[in-house]
Design a protein around this ligand. Structure first.
Ligand SMILES: Cc1cc2nc3c(=O)[nH]c(=O)nc-3n(C[C@H](O)[C@H](O)[C@H](O)COP(=O)(O)OP(=O)(O)OC[C@H]3O[C@@H](n4cnc5c(N)ncnc54)[C@H](O)[C@@H]3O)c2cc1C
Length: 422
């Protein structure tokens, strides 16, 4: 018996039926790494993405730093904590913009990047890979299952339905769309507990902007909120300076009861900017030069895997027999009531993400990578950053190719990251 589960879409035409060894859905940072790893291991790979660009929110979110790349501690890291594709990407980024070097912010190390560089690196790596076929504007809308395995995924590309059969499916949609369609179990925090979502506003026209704006902007906005001049959620807005002297970023953080409609959020950002322009001379002539594509979720579905990584594992720097990705990034929770909360891994140490967090429970040929892996609400606060998501994607891609070639998942046999000299 096969079983079809689908999202509601209008499909006009039937497209080609296609098959591959590994189908990666979602071309955010985790999906690109997963697809590259699988294709490089010699298996026929399709990467399906609903937008027309690579990089997901790492591209469309207007972020400034890649987090989760380095071991945190007192020694400035020379290399990324994990090697493989993540190190290769960092090396390409360094070649494109050598002036962007590792920075220490508070207790953590980050790499500044531009989305243009990230896009350029991803595009060239994918273009160079003969076993990889990238499908843009292709949204996964249905899943056909037979027993405990996915046998076909329907991709809607401009209202044409392509039926893709694949031996392994890797879910990299960020929000676990495909796993949910497959009937996999997932956890979703209540709207009150879920981490705040974000919306980035790129400002230009700043004059004499300095580091104190990072304190002054939230201070003035919280005063305005107290006086009921601005919507309450604007009290969580942060500010960071841009690379150019005249640019900066306002980062709005929204609860899940707030409207996510672009025009509503943009309108509130404009109000906030007008208020700030009145209070802060540096922002007097500032204007909005761009925004993130949409409101972006920090937390969505967390797919249940064979193991659920928890806060204790992170804080106690736990290592596993099937540990495949090392991470030293703190638990960073954007809480609706308290704002940002950090809990750190001991300096100089890291925890491991076991392979079991990437294997969807109850579905034989479904792997998960990136933001929607099998973790608790708290643990997601650490695993969701880009550097970590890239390595999670790579490990899922390697494991998928291993299964295609050997008939079973490795569970620690491959993909064990090399311990690098530190
Ligand atoms: C407000 C905010 C600020 C952040 N700041 C930082 C930061 O400064 N540094 C940092 O390192 N991390 C940051 N992060 C975290 C990090 O950017 C993301 O968690 C990470 O990039 C997620 O990568 P991903 O590949 O799992 O998912 P995504 O980047 O979300 O990619 C998923 C992809 O799947 C596609 N997709 C979705 N559904 C379908 C479907 N049905 N069919 C086909 N394609 C589909 C999407 O279009 C998207 O391209 C931030 C996150 C947020 C929300």
């Amino acid at each position: 018996m096969t079983e079809l589960i689908s999202m509601t879409v209008r499909i006009k035409k039937m497209g080609k039926e296609n098959n591959c060894d590994v189908l990666v859905i979602g071309a955010g940072v985790s999906g690109v790494a997963a697809a590259l790893a699988a294709a490089r291991a010699g298996v026929k790979t399709i990467l399906a993405e609903k937008e027309n660009f690579l990089g997901g929110v790492g591209y469309s979110g207007l972020f400034q730093y890649i987090c989760g790349l380095y071991l945190n501690g007192n020694t400035r890291p020379k290399e990324t904590l994990n090697d493989g594709i993540v190190r290769e990407i960092v090396s390409h980024l360094n070649k494109l913009s050598p002036q962007r070097t590792i920075q220490k912010i508070g207790q953590v190390y980050v790499l500044p990047y531009s989305r243009e560089d990230l896009s350029s690196v991803f595009n060239s790596l994918c273009r160079d890979e003969p076993n990889l076929n990238v499908m843009f504007n292709a949204t996964a809308v249905s899943v056909r299952k037979k027993g405990k395995a996915i046998v076909e995924v329907g991709l809607d590309q401009s209202e044409t339905l392509h039926k893709i059969t694949s031996r392994i499916v890797i879910e990299c949609t960020g929000d676990g769309d495909v796993s949910a369609m497959s009937g996999a179990d997932f956890e979703l925090s209540s709207p009150a507990k879920r981490q705040l979502a974000g919306f980035t506003v790129h400002l230009k026209g700043l004059k004499n902007a300095d580091e104190t704006l990072a304190i002054k902007v939230p201070y003035h906005l919280s005063q305005a909120v107290k006086m009921k001049l601005l919507p309450a959620y604007l009290r969580f807005t942060s500010f960071t300076k841009g690379e150019a002297a005249n640019e900066g970023f306002l980062k709005l953080n929204l609860g899940h009861e707030n409207s996510r409609r672009h025009e509503v959020v943009l309108n509130n950002a404009e109000k906030a900017l007008r208020y700030l322009a009145d209070k802060l001379p540096a922002l007097k002539n500032a204007c909005i030069a761009g925004t993130s594509l949409r409101v972006m979720d920090r937390e969505g579905r967390r797919i249940c895997g064979e193991y659920v990584l928890a806060e204790d594992d992170i804080i106690n720097a736990r290592k596993f027999n099937d540990g495949v990705v090392m991470n030293s990034w703190p638990i960073e929770i954007w809480d609706k009531r308290k704002g940002t909360i950090y809990k750190y891994v001991k300096p100089g140490d890291y925890y491991e993400v076991p392979f079991r967090c990437l294997k969807a429970k109850g579905i034989d040929n479904l792997l998960i990578a990136g933001r929607c892996i099998s973790v608790t609400h708290e643990a997601l606060g650490s695993t969701r950053v880009m550097g970590t998501c890239i390595s999670l994607g790579e490990q899922a891609g390697l494991a998928a190719a291993f299964k295609v070639n050997n008939g079973k998942f490795p569970f620690g046999d491959i993909g064990k990251p090399q311990r690098t000299q530190r």
